[in-house]
Write a protein that binds this ligand. Structure first.
Ligand code: AMP
Ligand code: MG
Length: 551
């Protein structure tokens, strides 16, 4: 039996040291061990009001969640709850919903909002910061792992600028489900513990076209070893606060990269190199599963190479490297699928710029950036070869791969379904005329199929000859391909269906999708419908093919 500290003062911020003196409640929520190094090791803002402001000489501001009317736990991720240290009894308690809806704190929590800046759509945007995210503290679990808990949508902070610090249900469901889907797909990502509805409306103009309306509000608690972003470093460099930048870099290395060894300067080089490498690995995974982040601003880039800040992201249905789900980015398509590797590199260059004052010369930074390119290229080639079932990635394979991607685009083929179907093709191939039937229902456009179907069938024959010649055998090949080619991804229209239902108070599809996405590489016959290509009706429906930053 442990204490929850109730937040009694609604509608304005209370610094956490004041919160600690508020009413204590006895609850059933398990004790967690907090070790809040971000706030204990780094300088904080001297002002504790919610006044929006530039925060200088500090990495964080003390904040408190603004209580909500009726916190209700709509969904939670069991594995994450266990990982953090909660039991089923904890999760079932009203106190759990109170804490993760922002109405109470657990003993040891010290809520803060981090100060960071960022390059948005290619331009330096100055101070951004956690405008609606609030870290509650860093849990050290029974296995000694550090997991930072962070609410998204728990009310205003000094970094909220003109906005309200809240999040709507649709975006919260998308973040909750996608974090977990990505994790189970094997993509480095922040996790999601809980999805709490607030019982309060949030006013949003979904497409910035003057049609603002009230939407249900919700709060996600996301979980990661660290929420530090490229922008945390950039803001300190932009302000020429080199002393604090140096302290912050060394803090990050000590807390988040404890395995790095050597002198201080050796560790800094190894650290930035590691950031370049893990970022490359993350992008390779995005390309593998067909994920488009949608807002790859430097404030949305994790120092641990985790996918972070699920906003107007999307999943490829038909293979189209020029596609972006983000309507805010519709004109320049800066963050389109095929551009992601180059944007990540550009973002790393902005981080390198920020770190420059800590290095004697640019050489180690250049070398690390070269590692990004090298790791990305090597891993991307290997990954793509495996998607096609190849055992090598030489000239023959690369040619077949290039041809295939052109055909997938021209023939308007579903990215996920194509690769899964390819993995099901045995060592015997039927006649050319029926080859395409092996792919199943993967085509979106009859005229594109008519124009390019023959070429695709002919490509499949050449692919098949090569693959059979490899001698691996069907069973082994199928297992290898299916391990990298998911059957289930969180298609935009599926998330939208779950949202539409949840908006009526029915969370069943959120729960079902969470369950399906826990095993994305397994055929789950009872959930076959969730593997289907995007239906016609979803083509131009809001939330299914286009999203805005408004959330
Ligand atoms: P994002 O596009 O979600 O990465 O957010 C960019 C910046 O805007 C960050 O500083 C966010 O904290 C801030 N922001 C986004 N939405 C809100 C909101 N509803 N209230 C306050 N700040 C927000
Ligand atoms: Mg962000």
């Amino acid at each position: 039996m442990f204490r929850v500290i109730a937040l009694g003062a609604p509608q304005h911020l209370v610094p956490y040291h004041a919160v600690a003196s508020m009413t204590d409640l006895i609850t059933n929520v398990s004790a967690l061990t907090f070790d809040n190094r971000f706030v204990s090791d780094l300088p904080g803002d001297t002002e504790t009001s919610e006044r929006r402001r530039q925060v200088l000489g500090a990495c964080w501001s003390a904040v408190a969640p603004t209580p909500v009317a009726a916190p209700h736990l709509m969904a939670y991720a069991h594995e994450v709850a266990v990982m953090v240290g909660f039991t089923e009894v904890d999760v079932a308690s009203q106190q759990f919903a109170d804490v993760f809806g922002g109405n109470a704190l657990l003993p040891g929590m010290q809520p803060y909002a981090a100060c960071y800046g960022g390059h948005q759509f290619g331009n330096w945007a100055g101070q951004l910061g956690d405008g609606r995210a609030m870290s509650l503290g860093e849990v050290v679990n029974a296995r000694g792992e550090r997991w930072e808990l962070q609410l998204k949508g728990a009310g205003p902070t000094p970094y909220s600028r003109t906005a309200d610090g809240r999040a709507v249900l649709r975006s919260s469901i998308r973040e909750f489900l996608c974090s977990e889907a990505m994790y189970h797909l094997g993509v480095p990502t922040t996790r999601a513990l809980s999805l709490v509805t607030t019982g309060e409306p949030v006013l949003r103009d979904m497409f910035y076209n003057g049609n603002a309306r009230d939407e249900p509000g919700a709060i996600v608690c996301r979980v990661a070893p660290s929420f530090i972003r490229f922008g945390n470093f950039e803001i300190l460099a932009a302000r020429n606060d080199i002393a604090l930048l140096t302290q912050f870099v060394d803090f990050t290395i000590a807390r988040d990269f404890p395995h790095l060894t050597g002198t201080v300067s050796e560790r800094r080089v190894a650290w930035f190199t590691a950031v370049c490498e893990t970022t490359a690995v993350m992008i390779v995974h995005w390309m593998r599963v067909g994920f488009v982040h949608g807002v790859m601003n430097t404030d949305n880039m994790s120092i641990l190479g985790l996918t972070i800040d699920y906003g107007p992201y999307g999943w490829l249905d038909n293979f189209d490297p020029t596609w972006t789900p983000n309507t805010t980015d519709a004109s320049s398509r800066r963050y389109r699928f095929g551009q992601q590797p180059a944007v990540a590199q550009w973002n790393l260059m902005r981080l390198a710029d920020a770190l420059r004052p800590l290095f004697d010369s640019t050489a180690p930074l250049q070398d690390a950036l070269a590692r990004y390119h090298a790791v990305y290229t090597a891993q991307h080639d290997a990954m793509t070869a495996t998607k096609f079932g190849f055992l090598a990635s030489g000239d023959v394979e690369q040619t077949l791969i290039r041809e295939a991607f052109t055909l997938l685009f021209d023939a308007n083929v579903d990215y996920t379904l194509f690769f899964r179907a390819l993995g099901e093709i045995s060592d015997a191939l039927p006649e050319l005329s029926s080859t395409l039937l092996l792919l199943g229902d993967v085509f979106y456009d009859e005229s594109a199929l008519l124009a390019h179907g023959d070429a695709l069938a002919e490509w499949m024959v050449r692919w098949h000859v090569h693959i059979v010649h490899g001698g691996e055998g069907f069973a082994a090949r199928r297992a290898r391909m299916h391990a990298v080619n998911p059957r289930y991804v969180l298609r935009n229209y599926l998330a939208q269906q779950a949202i539409d239902l949840a908006t009526t108070g029915d969370a069943s599809m959120v729960q079902t999708l969470l369950e399906v996405m826990r095993h994305p590489y397994e055929d789950q016959p009872q959930y076959a419908q969730f593997a289907a290509k995007r239906p016609e009706w979803a083509m131009n429906k809001a939330g299914c093919s286009m999203l805005s930053c408004s959330s």
